[in-house]
Design a protein. Structure first.
Length: 189
């Protein structure tokens, strides 16, 4: 993101509008109003709305991939503890705006090939990283991939399903799910 020329501010404002009301809110005049500037500043930084949308997607894609790579590089942590720490991170520090952006981009991806490509890239990185951890725990490549899908289905689903739970009950449910997702049974020879 180019912070020097103000491009980053436009991208961040676009992401905020995306979180606020979906892709239809990411219009030049709406983003300019959020920034308190005229539309002229937009055209000094972007060719058109599509260029802003592409920059938003690239910023989101790069940020999500960097985040999962960083989360999976926790040093000497055992694979099971590493997975539990990711579950804890996503369950205790849920960002309402981050989740709104994730959902809005996924909705956008249903009708836009560039958004679909960015989403697929992020999903591939997330699943690859988690599947690698499960392989280190002794699972076959196919079993590790299946477990990674379950892991991410839980990560995102829990933020939607348990919002109304009392904090103690929610923490107990999360801990039980984390235990189930990180327990690997030895295969019979």
């Amino acid at each position: 993101m180019a912070a020097d020329d103000g491009t980053g501010r436009w991208i961040e404002a676009g992401l905020a509008e995306l979180a606020h009301g979906g892709i239809d809110r990411v219009r030049v005049e709406v983003v300019a109003e959020r920034l308190g500037v005229t539309k002229g500043g937009f055209y000094r930084r972007f060719k058109d709305r599509r260029a802003l949308l592409d920059a938003i997607l690239e910023t989101w894609r790069r940020g999500r991939i960097e985040a999962i790579n960083k989360q999976m590089a926790l040093g000497n942590t055992s694979p099971g503890e590493l997975l539990k720490s990711v579950i804890k991170l996503y369950s205790e520090r849920v960002s309402a705006q981050g989740m709104a952006i994730e959902l809005a981009i996924r909705q956008w991806a249903r009708s836009d090939p560039a958004a679909a490509s960015a989403t697929a890239s992020v999903d591939e990185a997330r699943l690859r990283n988690v599947a690698d951890v499960y392989r280190r725990m002794g699972l076959s490549a196919d079993d590790a991939q299946a477990r990674a899908v379950l892991f991410y289905s839980f990560i995102f689903g829990q933020s939607l399903l348990f919002l109304e739970q009392a904090p103690r009950k929610r923490a107990s449910l999360i801990a039980a799910c984390a235990a189930a997702l990180t327990q690997i049974e030895a295969k019979e020879p």
